[in-house]
Design a protein around this ligand. Sequence first.
Ligand code: NAD
Length: 249
Amino acid sequence: MRLQGLTAIITGAASGIGRASAKLFAEEGARLALVDRDAVGLAETASLVGEATTHVGDVGDASLAETVVGDVVARHGRLDILMTAAGFSVGGTVLTTSLEDWDAVFRANVGGTWLWARAAVPQMQRQKSGSIITLASQLAVAGGKGNSAYIAAKGAIVSLTRTMAVDFATDGIRVNAIAPGAIDTPMLRRSFARHANSDEVREASRNRHAMKRFGQAEEIAQTALHLASDASSFTTGTVMVVDGGWLAA
Ligand SMILES: NC(=O)c1ccc[n+]([C@@H]2O[C@H](COP(=O)([O-])OP(=O)(O)OC[C@H]3O[C@@H](n4cnc5c(N)ncnc54)[C@H](O)[C@@H]3O)[C@@H](O)[C@H]2O)c1
């Protein structure tokens, strides 16, 4: 087992990529703290992974991050892995995005990365080890249509990931981003449903990938496992694109 004896916090664990990663990390021996604002989904994930603590709240809440890290350290004496998978998009160009939506998207995606890293790093520095895995998007590299707040937030996560990797590299902490293509999760389905011609938009998105299919959450979880484990011991400051050939096509 590749994560035997390690402890991990996963945000966004009630659904999609966070849930699939929680299942895989648990199978690989990790002890988990699962975070999400969706209490029902979080309980469902917990029932799938066996033993895990669950923490319901908003990842933009700085005190939640401090509380969860404190709880993990009190229980296990260490924190090895932080995966910040909580996030959402609202859609819209810069002309049609409200200030409230812009702020909410940045708070969840960027705040939900920064605040959790800020809470986790001091413990990882004490241990002289740790892996932080953030969630960007292939759109942060490529750009995209009608999704300005989300794409800007994912771009900020890429930059934040690189700068944290440099700041903490000599502390034994690795920080890497995953940039998925379109992954078949509730979030992706909601984003298609926003369009009047949702079938057309879904098929265009599917065909935009060189592999002509969407990714599965489990395929992103495998990349997260690689970044969480010692298999990636010389990998830091990278953006691992897992996009079925989207960027190449
Ligand atoms: N699905 C895709 O195509 C895709 C592509 C690229 C990147 N991503 C990123 O991967 C991550 C996971 O996405 P997913 O597809 O699994 O989505 P999802 O909607 O299935 O899961 C995201 C989870 O995050 C939680 N969440 C959102 N905002 C939160 C907040 N403020 N506080 C606490 N919890 C919050 C939701 O409740 C949900 O359970 C996100 O950061 C997303 O932007 C997804």
